[in-house]
Design a protein around this ligand. Structure first.
Ligand code: SAM
Ligand code: SF4
Length: 441
């Protein structure tokens, strides 16, 4: 590796996966990992367009990169990738003419050509097509970076929730063929990966080769070396009976499910075009818990969607209590240009959104605390995948996605170990190793 690449990732796990794959695509050109934009030959901002704030951050980061590029006498290639690039390609080049490459999420397999073209032409390259050829057919083998890996199986979305830009920036639903997914999973296992998270904007809508997502999970579970399987993000509408049954039948599938509901009021769910009501969601939770009684649930919520009243918000709080979520991601509604909700009447005041978000987060923190407290003294399997702050300390994820800090285990880095939970902290747990040999999840 003779050149350095610095990738800054915004947004979801799909972007984390895409950033790693962009690095894989550029490795044959001599690009290895760089620590900072200052020491890099090329910087990629892999952007997120989901909320207004996420997009704005990109333009302020570009201001900083402009200076770094000037300090290096132009010796820095700047690329903007991801959903902001897809949605605002021309605008980026207008506002930041020092950017060399703008590319959407579906064309990063063409990055080597774009780098060559930018060097040749000396002008900016813009590629925000939705090509016929799926990029996955042109990517090199994924390189593992530790014992836990993401694997993208599905992209795009046809659901058109009225607040969301994903169907426009990522395009329509596409399922990767099963043989390609399973080959990638085997290669990751060969490199020591023990935990795979299957990714998609609507991951459980996967229907490659006419098969169901439950079937795919069962195939991944057959791969030697893969001990744990997770998936995200799923849509309630695509939670079929086979996938529900898999939660009871596939022991490698972790007992933690992120199943976004967005709101608890039927009126809001309808205005959001979520295609399900609260009773449908309660019914799903009941079936899932019948299949896997220790299942912990997590969700996404939007507060302050246009027209949301105090009564609608009270329905959300009620749903949160009834389901007993142990973790959530809650957001204030952010108006996105081009989406139907942006033009809806009765947009909610920022102060009201703030107050509702604070109330929802307090309730959820309470529920998380109660769940964590119940874990004290339990034995759990943890994949030690990150180095902690203290010498010898490692951090891993419990089956329920809680970060678990374990001391004096540097020699067990990357291993799946059994720990007993000995302390509970507001955002993490502490555990003591009981078995250090590899065990099943
Ligand atoms: N496909 C997933 C689903 O159906 O829930 C969600 C994927 S989306 C990338 C991640 C989350 O961002 C959504 O669940 C939603 O809560 C949030 N989100 C999307 N658009 C938003 C907006 N305009 N304002 C606030 N939050 C938004
Ligand atoms: Fe966006 Fe998810 Fe709705 Fe698709 S299902 S439009 S990705 S929130």
């Amino acid at each position: 590796m003779t050149k350095k690449l610095f990738v800054k990732t915004y947004g979801c796990q799909m972007n984390v996966y895409d950033s790693a794959r962009m690095a894989d695509v550029l490795a044959p050109l001599g690009y290895g990992p760089g620590e900072t934009p200052e020491d890099a030959d090329m910087v990629i901002l892999n952007t997120c367009h989901i909320r207004e704030k996420a997009s704005e951050k990109v333009f302020s980061e570009l201001g900083r990169l402009r200076q770094i590029k000037a300090d290096k006498d132009g010796g820095l290639i700047i690329a903007v990738a991801g959903c902001v690039a897809q949605a605002e390609g021309e605008e980026i080049l207008r506002r930041a003419p020092f950017v060399d490459i703008v590319l959407g999420p579906q064309t990063y397999h063409r990055l080597p050509e774009m780098v060559a073209q930018a060097a040749r032409a000396g002008g900016a390259v813009l590629d925000t097509e939705f090509p016929i050829e799926p990029k996955f057919d042109f990517l090199p083998d994924a390189r593992a970076d530790g014992p836990a890996a993401f694997l993208s199986v599905q992209e795009g979305c046809d659901k058109f929730c009225t607040f969301c830009v994903v169907p426009y920036t990522r395009g329509g639903e596409y399922s990767r063929p099963a043989p390609a997914i399973l080959a990638e999973a085997r290669k990751l296992a060969d490199q020591g990966v023990v935990e795979i998270t299957l990714l998609g904007q609507n991951v459980n809508g996967w229907h490659g080769d006419g098969k169901s997502f439950g079937w795919l999970i069962r195939q991944v579970a057959k791969i030697d070396g893969i001990e744990r399987i997770r998936f995200t993000t799923s849509h309630p509408r695509d939670m079929d009976d086979d996938l529900i049954a898999a939660h009871g039948e596939v022991s490698k599938l972790m007992p933690f499910l992120h199943l976004p509901v967005q709101a608890g009021s039927n009126r809001m769910l309808e205005a959001m075009n979520r295609r399900h009501d609260r009773d449908f969601y309660f019914g799903l939770v009941e079936k899932l818990r019948a299949a896997r009684p220790d299942l912990a649930l997590s969700s996404d919520f939007i507060v302050g969607f246009p027209g949301e009243t105090d009564a609608d918000f009270a329905d959300t709080l009620d749903l949160v209590r009834q389901v007993g979520f142990v973790q959530t991601y809650s957001f204030k509604y952010s108006s996105r240009p081009g989406t139907p909700a942006a033009g809806m009447p009765h947009q909610v005041d920022e102060a009201v959104k703030e107050a509702r978000l604070a109330e929802l987060m307090d309730l959820l923190q309470d529920q998380t605390n109660r769940f964590n407290a119940h874990c004290l003294g339990l034995e759990m399997a943890v994949v030690l995948d990150r180095v902690g702050k203290h010498p010898g300390q490692m951090i891993g994820r419990s089956p329920y996605m809680q970060p678990v800090h374990v001391d004096n285990v540097a020699h067990l880095a990357g291993k799946l170990v059994n720990v007993r939970i000995s302390e509970i902290h507001p955002r993490s747990l502490r555990g003591e190793v009981i078995h250090s040999e590899r065990i099943r999840a």
